[in-house]
Design a protein around this ligand. Structure first.
Ligand SMILES: N[C@@H](CCC(=O)N[C@@H](CS)C(=O)NCC(=O)O)C(=O)O
Length: 229
């Protein structure tokens, strides 16, 4: 299988299937096309009818749009249990993924994923907080319900965890505060080896918008970041 993704620093939709496959141990070849770069449209047109990433290519089957990719993977690898085994939990997991897919517009527009930047306070407003609070409630309720089954939203790793991974990254970048249970979950996801691998690759790709340059977190600049509220 080939997974076509965008820049790891910015492409939140790409992170979801990448993390899903990486953490679940599904082998794939990564093909990166550079968002915001000259030639992006021509490059992505070779893989995707929508001109967007991510795209999954499995032989002569092309799957686009993240939810559809997640469903295709769940169907292709039933042994990985990418959705919860329990029917009611599966319905809940599908609902929050669909909610992530179609909602939280304020959060998405005001706090775009920027993995290697440090921007505490930037972009926050009351409408963003409504999205933050709803997400924190989802995480806290699920963690309370499934604490005995494991550290993920439904105990074991599912598509829902991959779906919220870019939000975890955004909360870190923008210094968003959430209640303890939600914070513990966010910290756990941030520390996952697959998530750390994505973050390391984002640093390594060195493909940043010039306007983000002052806010990039690098080991030698951690103390010198300009905080712009
Ligand atoms: N609904 C799509 C959204 C995909 C999307 O918006 N991808 C962005 C990058 S994260 C993109 O390719 N943007 C390029 C463009 O719109 O030209 C999905 O779930 O995959």
């Amino acid at each position: 299988m080939k997974l076509v993704i965008g820049n790891k620093n910015y492409s939140s939709w790409s992170l979801r299937p990448w993390l899903l496959m990486q953490h679940a141990g599904i082998a794939f070849e990564e093909i990166k096309v550079r968002l915001f770069a000259p030639g992006f449209e021509e490059a992505i047109a070779q893989h995707s009818p929508t001109g967007k990433v991510p795209v999954l290519v499995d032989g002569d089957i092309t799957v686009w749009d993240t939810l559809s990719i997640a469903e295709y993977l769940a169907e292709s690898f039933p042994e990985k249990q990418l959705w919860p085994a329990d029917r009611a939990q599966r319905a809940y997991a599908r609902s929050i993924c669909a909610e992530m897919h179609s909602s939280f517009g304020n959060l998405r527009s005001q706090l775009p994923m920027n993995v290697t930047a440090v921007l505490p306070g930037r972009g926050w407003n009351v409408a963003v907080q409504r999205d933050v609070s709803r997400i924190a409630t989802i995480w806290s309720e699920l963690r309370a319900r499934h604490a005995a089954d494991g550290p993920f939203l439904f105990g074991t790793f599912t598509i829902a965890d991959a779906y919220f991974a870019p939000v975890v990254s955004r909360f870190a970048t923008y210094g968003i505060h959430v209640p303890d249970a939600a914070k513990q979950y966010a910290d756990f996801i941030l520390a996952l080896p697959a998530m750390q691998a994505w973050i390391a690759d984002a640093r390594e790709e060195r493909d940043f918008l010039a306007s983000d340059e002052p806010y990039r977190l690098t080991p030698d600049r951690a103390d010198a970041i300009v905080i712009n509220h």
